[in-house]
Design a protein around this ligand. Structure first.
Ligand SMILES: [Zn+2]
Length: 499
């Protein structure tokens, strides 16, 4: 079943297939590394992660390019205020971003592209636009895109631009104007600002030209998919199309995917409202990275997600249920049963497995409906648990159920408990960043475990193992790991050490 994905450009669900029949070439707008990423940013990156994982799961290979915007108005301002170079300023936030997406188990794009490492490509593109009459230079040495030269402007965002004022200009990287204006491709250096000395003068690129130049550098003049948050549709993506298609006279990206904004506790997220959260804020409050991942992907990307703390707790419990189920399947000595007893229940299992698998794939193929895909798997968990509780589950059934879970986890990636490391790293960061005051008391208490408390937990784990209560034993091991305590089982008994 091919994936049908909403295409902002065509305004309908279109099949997403590689135009070369082999590799899906996609570009996703990455972060501007001037601060820590917030959960709204990560929702976008996670939904794009769901897309690429589902494509790969279905056997489509993916070449995914993501830019790192490491020069823009805010970066220049903040670096100057801190008295450091823009490179020094952005390195720290780029590192933080990469750590954060790793914590959320977002797969790495095949190609990361830093804006400051592609200045020659941007200059060349501006020269092409100038030669085509679509770019002009102003007296101060800046270059602008001539909107009037591109009559299709507005075709992505479907904005009515009839009131467009010819020659009116804007030089900000980000703007929200009802009427579109000629936008800056290249900004002449102002005194004291970082600049590059190039054939089109001393200055630095505008934000929009970066993505056009880097997308074409790695993906060619036409490629399959361009993705980003809905806030980028206008003007950023509209400008990317105008620049790219004016230079090449070819369609830039065939398919455009936009991820909707989220609300936090029913309101727009903003620092002044006090409901603005980075990933690190949530980890310090004691929420697990896997629960944050699940909460951010469980609502389909075109729907507005209302992110709440109740929702995070629900996601935490859902993951516990799944992990316990997975553990039960693998660690129970399921009966062989006899054929006449098996015939009924086996048919039930086969039916449940088939339904879950079909629904899961159908949901994701239908514009990445993660909510329905997730529900299909939890229905299966419920059905199988009921059969197992009434001793109607047999050894021969297990492989097929595990197979569906593997399918689910290839996209959702929450089954394996990898939560200790992101939490440990967030605590380490909090200590360095002077944020220990924001750490949840339970988390701090767990961190400051005494040797006696560890001995007691290790002993409790041994008892649990002897009673074959592996879920509890694993839970203790994970809790200790979260606090930096590693348990080593050997034939001489159990030892532990602090990391
Ligand atoms: Zn972009």
């Amino acid at each position: 079943m091919p994936l049908r994905l909403f295409n902002t450009l065509s305004g309908q669900l279109d099949e997403l297939v590689p135009m070369d029949g082999k590799t899906l070439r996609m570009y996703a707008c990455g972060p501007t590394v001037y601060d820590y990423g917030h959960i709204g940013n990560f929702r976008t990156f996670l939904q794009i992660d769901v897309l690429r994982r589902f494509l790969k799961r279905n056997g489509t290979s993916v070449f995914h390019v993501m830019n790192i915007t490491d020069v823009d108005d805010r970066i220049i301002k903040n670096a100057a205020a801190a008295g450091i170079s823009i490179g020094q300023y952005t390195a720290r936030f780029e590192q933080a971003f990469l750590e954060d997406i790793e914590a959320l188990r977002v797969q790495h794009p095949e190609q990361l592209a830093r804006a400051t490492e592609h200045i020659p490509q941007m200059v060349e593109l501006i020269q092409r636009l100038a030669a085509a009459g679509a770019a002009y230079q102003t007296e101060d040495g800046s270059w602008y895109f001539r909107l009037a030269s591109f009559p299709e402007y507005g075709k992505l965002s479907k904005k009515d631009l009839s009131g467009m004022e010819d020659g009116a200009r804007v030089d900000l990287d980000e703007y929200e104007k009802d009427s579109a204006r000629d936008f800056a491709l290249w900004k002449a250096a102002k005194p004291g600002e970082t600049f590059w000395d190039t054939a089109i003068g001393r200055g630095r690129p505008g934000w929009h030209i970066e993505c056009s130049a880097m997308a074409m550098e790695y993906l060619g003049e036409s490629f399959d998919l361009h993705a980003g948050g809905e806030d980028l549709m206008f003007p950023h993506h509209e400008n990317e199309i105008a620049q790219s298609e004016s230079a090449t006279h070819k369609p830039f990206a065939r398919h455009w995917m936009h991820v909707r904004f989220l609300l936090v506790e029913g309101r727009k997220m903003s620092k002044s409202e006090g409901n603005f959260f980075t990933l690190r804020d949530l980890l310090l409050k004691g929420y697990k990275a896997s629960a944050i991942r699940l909460a951010l992907i469980s609502v389909p990307y075109r729907h507005q997600l209302n992110f709440t703390f109740d929702g995070l707790i629900e996601a935490t419990n859902a993951i516990d249920r799944l992990r316990t189920f997975h553990h039960r399947l693998r660690n129970t000595n399921w009966p062989m049963g006899t054929s006449y007893v098996q015939a009924g229940p086996e048919a039930e299992v086969i039916e449940a497995v088939k339904t879950a698998k079909t629904k899961f794939h159908a949901a994701l193929s239908n514009d990445l409906n993660t909510a329905e895909a997730r529900a299909a798997i939890f229905d299966l968990v419920r059905t199988i648990n009921t059969l197992a509780d009434s001793e109607r589950l047999f050894r021969s059934d297990i492989a097929a159920i595990l197979d569906v879970l593997r399918d689910f986890d290839a996209v959702f990636d929450v089954l394996e408990d990898n939560d200790a490391e992101p939490t440990r790293r967030a605590l380490e960061w909090a200590a360095q960043a002077g944020r220990l005051g924001d750490v949840a008391p339970e988390l701090l208490a767990r961190k400051s475990l005494t040797d006696e408390a560890i001995d007691a937990l290790v002993a409790e784990r041994e008892v649990a193992r002897k009673q074959r209560n592996f879920a509890r034993a694993d839970q203790i091991r994970n809790e200790l790991a979260e606090k930096g305590v590693v348990i080593e089982d050997s034939k001489d008994g159990v030892r532990w050490k602090r990391k």
